[in-house]
Write a protein that binds this ligand. Structure first.
Ligand code: G
Ligand code: G
Ligand code: MN
Ligand code: NA
Length: 266
């Protein structure tokens, strides 16, 4: 694959960058943290979405150096926001981690080193893993998750609800946050919101309500992805969802834009 063979040199040439999407407290609408999302500013193909290259990078192993770059860049940025706004509550940064980074790299040592170098407090870093990455995790991956959690780093399950969704099992892992997959939130759309919107799906609403309730009883917090309308936000808030992410609040944006959003939020 042409793209795959150029991934490693592209990391060295500095062709990747991170955008950040706000994570907002549902009770007060305030910015709490951001999710870091990688983009490839390709010299020939222009700006490439992670959907174009993350799977390739996982296949050929370049996700390990790329993932390390993402972690270091996101932690450095989070620390910079904190130093620039010493009087505000600090933002946390949530970073996507591929399965292979847990299996093939010394993720725990990398994270410890990056936190020490950047001076970011461990509780201001959250790692997002998919359900399939942690389900049935035993041995090395489980030890890694436990070590990260013991350091104070948050562990979130990304796209929750799309896999086996075994909450009882998840609660025995060192997981602190569920990120409810956008496909559930879509059923929360109401006709008043948008022309031609997806009709509300009562089954989705029942499932989401039960998942939030169970998650809370198991000591987890819940973030809803893909919140696009204020009706969805109102409904999610009323059933106790803790944090929201989606176009209603903001698309993924540059670090400068996050600083501006912060300035206007207070
Ligand atoms: O930004 P966008 O919504 O297009 O992201 C698409 C997908 O790419 C999402 O599933 C997201 O989790 C994944 N992704 C974005 N950034 C990273 C990253 O730094 N590492 C990994 N492993 N996946 C990422
Ligand atoms: O898989 P993960 O959740 O990490 O990826 C986040 C992806 O979801 C990014 O590509 C981001 O651009 C996309 N996204 C974020 N907010 C919304 C939204 O409100 N609606 C839709 N359709 N996609 C969103
Ligand atoms: Mn994610
Ligand atoms: Na997600």
């Amino acid at each position: 694959q042409a793209l795959a063979s150029t991934l490693r040199p592209a990391i060295e040439r500095g062709e990747f960058r991170l955008d950040y999407q706000p994570l907002v407290g549902m009770s007060d609408g305030r910015l709490r943290g951001v999710e870091a999302l990688v983009r490839w500013d390709h010299p020939r193909f222009g700006l490439l979405s992670p959907n174009r290259f993350v799977a390739l990078a996982e296949e050929d192993g370049s996700i390990v150096p790329l993932g390390r770059w993402v972690l270091a860049t996101a932690c450095r940025q989070a620390r910079r926001w904190q130093l620039d706004n010493p009087d505000d509550p600090p933002l946390f940064v949530s970073v996507n981690v591929a399965v292979r980074q847990v299996w093939d790299s010394d993720l725990v040592a990398d994270v410890a080193e990056i936190l020490a170098e950047t001076g970011l407090a461990p509780h201001l870093l959250q790692l997002e893993l998919t359900e399939s990455a942690v389900m049935g995790s035993a041995g090395r991956p489980l030890q890694a998750l436990q070590a990260l959690s013991d350091m104070g780093v948050g562990i979130a399950i990304d796209d929750f609800g799309t896999g086996y969704s075994n909450l009882a099992y998840l609660s025995r892992l060192p997981v602190s946050v569920l990120k409810l997959d956008g496909s559930f939130v879509r059923g929360f759309q109401y006709e008043s919101d948008k022309e031609g919107a997806t009709p509300p799906n009562p089954a989705d609403q029942v499932v989401v309500e039960a998942m939030i309730d169970l998650a809370h009883r198991l000591g987890l917090t819940v973030t809803a992805e893909c919140v696009e309308t204020s009706a969805q936000a109102t409904r999610l808030r009323s059933i106790g969802c803790d944090t929201g992410q989606g176009w209603l609040y903001s698309r993924p944006v540059s670090p400068d834009r996050i600083s501006e959003l912060r300035g206007t939020a207070e």
